[in-house]
Design a binder for this molecule. Structure first.
Ligand code: TXE
Length: 478
């Protein structure tokens, strides 16, 4: 069994207390991590400040970029180690974990290339002045990531923060900290100066809360539940620092009779069952035009029944969910559907060789769910798809917009006018027409509106979010 330590100021250091790391495919302890709290967070924030005042703060943008490209190469070198680690830690099928490792490398590559391309402007002003804008890092940035895509989420926030020249204190999720610790090891190997990237492991309410409330951080980036996101924003308000929140969703997939229905079926099932439904942008409501409702849900049901569930290393369509709490939570929604007399259209099978101690949930399709029912309103974060029947485009739009969330939406139609009307009418951070997720491209800005949060991850937008613009006005006379 491994005892993993924090990475603070370029050194590995432990805590007296440790936490178990459970492999959700088998329900068994596979490692232990250090249980950090306020003391370790304080040390990490101080290390971040020292880095900003020292070698890291003095590096020019191109040098930062080169370090990041080196790190991208090292992630690719260790991709198989990282994928196996992630698959065991999260329970995800190996193929998915392999993709996560590649996407993580891609984040460091993309932002490594972008580090020296953050240009300011010159602004025409009165005679005798030269006015310019420059981007500067915030300083020490706190990053708290969830457990569903640890490698991807870490790359998504840490890479742009570093590219902009910030020092980072990262608090991974307590269930899934191993890949973040491996990344820290690789960052040291790549030559990142001490204190530029610090990782403190521990519980959300201890290490996470201490990070969010620390007066020495200048920005906080959080991905997780709405409940905790509200706490993070409150803590940030007390320190008057900017915050980026990505808080999940209840994203609709709207399907019309004129769509390529075979393609829609394939993509819609994948979008709610990939990673056992634990994806912030999972398409968790399928909103279907009345004329094709019965045939389309019958097709979805067939596909749900064909899904194969198994341990991460079996590399099937779905693994378990991340932990016992999440398993109970998702199962609770399926039980609620039964209690309320909703129609269960399909339940996937658990294979005969699914390990008995793991946290498995049967992928479930539920039909004719009233749009205001809890199953159609709340983020379940499991492989549970609710189908909603609508008469026409107007009702589809109303249903699509009828939750507190606004992260992503899919529109399936061959009518260009309708696709454009709905793209504009749907209140969400991203809209996909005749696809869903656009392959997860790191170049594409991503984030929410309404209860899904604010600020943008990915693309150049994320870089700007990790910096602040300074205006310099120079009076030199004519
Ligand atoms: O999330 P938490 P949970 C949603 C999803 C899921 C639900 C609950 O619906 O079912 O949230 O999951 C850290 N101060 N999403 O309870 O607690 C924690 O250590 C500071 C959607 O596991 O929000 C972890 O690193 N930090 C989502 C991170 O917050 C705290 C992904 C997320 O955990 C903290 C995950 C505190 N007081 C869950 N408490 C998405 N947007 O993709 C916890 N944390």
């Amino acid at each position: 069994m491994n005892a993993h330590q924090h990475f603070i100021g370029g050194a590995w250091t432990g805590s007296e207390a440790t936490l178990p790391v459970i492999n959700p495919s088998h329900g068994q302890e596979m490692a232990r991590i250090a249980r950090g709290g306020a003391k370790e967070i304080d040390a990490a924030v101080k290390a971040g400040h020292a880095a900003m005042d020292g070698e890291w703060g003095r590096l020019d943008a191109a040098s930062r970029g080169r370090l990041m490209l080196k790190l991208a190469d090292l992630i690719r070198r260790d991709a198989e180690i990282l994928a196996k680690m992630e698959s065991e830690d999260v329970g995800k099928p190996l193929t998915l974990a392999r993709n996560d490792a590649q996407v993580c490398a891609r984040y460091f590559e993309y932002y490594g290339g972008a580090a020296d391309k953050v240009h300011g402007d010159t602004i025409p002003f009165q005679n005798g002045f030269t006015v310019m804008t420059v981007y500067e890092p915030h300083g020490v940035v706190g990053v708290i990531v969830p457990w569903n895509y640890p490698l991807q989420m870490t790359g998504r926030s840490v890479a742009p923060a570093l590219a902009m020249g910030n020092a980072v204190v990262l608090k991974p999720a307590e269930d899934t900290s191993l890949s973040a610790l491996h990344l820290a090891k690789l960052a040291a190997e790549a030559g990142f100066p001490a204190g530029s990237l610090n990782v403190v492991t521990g519980l959300g309410e201890e290490a996470g809360a201490a990070l969010a409330a620390h007066q020495g951080i200048h920005h906080i980036s959080f991905t997780g539940s709405r409940e905790v996101g509200t706490l993070i924003q409150t803590a940030a308000a007390k320190n008057t620092i900017p915050v980026t929140l990505e808080l999940g969703g209840k994203s609709p997939q709207v399907v019309f009779a004129d769509a390529d229905l075979a393609e829609a079926g394939t993509v819609i099932v994948k979008a709610i069952t990939q990673n056992a439904g634990q994806t912030c942008s999972a398409g968790s409501r399928v909103v279907i035009e009345d004329t094709i409702y019965d045939s389309f849900t019958a097709d979805l049901a067939r596909r749900f029944k064909d899904l194969r569930v198994g341990a991460g290393e079996q590399d099937l369509d779905l693994g378990p969910v991340v932990n016992a709490k999440q398993c109970e939570r998702v199962q609770g929604y399926i039980d609620l559907a039964r209690r309320d007399g909703l129609t269960i259209l399909a339940e996937g099978e658990l294979g005969t060789n699914v390990p008995g101690e793991g946290y498995y949930v049967r992928p479930t399709l539920i039909g004719d769910v009233p749009p205001d029912h809890r199953l159609a309103q709340e983020e379940i974060f499991g492989p549970v798809l609710v189908a909603i029947r609508v008469r026409d485009e107007a009702e589809a739009l109303k249903v699509a917009n009828g939750t507190e969330y606004g992260l992503a939406a899919g529109i399936w139609t061959s009518d260009l006018g309708r696709a454009l009307r709905l793209s504009k009418g749907i209140k969400s951070g991203q809209v996909f027409v005749n696809n869903y997720g656009a392959g997860g491209g790191v170049e594409l800005p991503f984030g929410g509106v309404k209860g899904s949060g604010h600020g943008r991850e990915k693309g150049f937008e994320a870089l700007y979010g990790f910096g602040s613009m300074k205006m310099i006005a120079i009076k030199h006379g004519v």
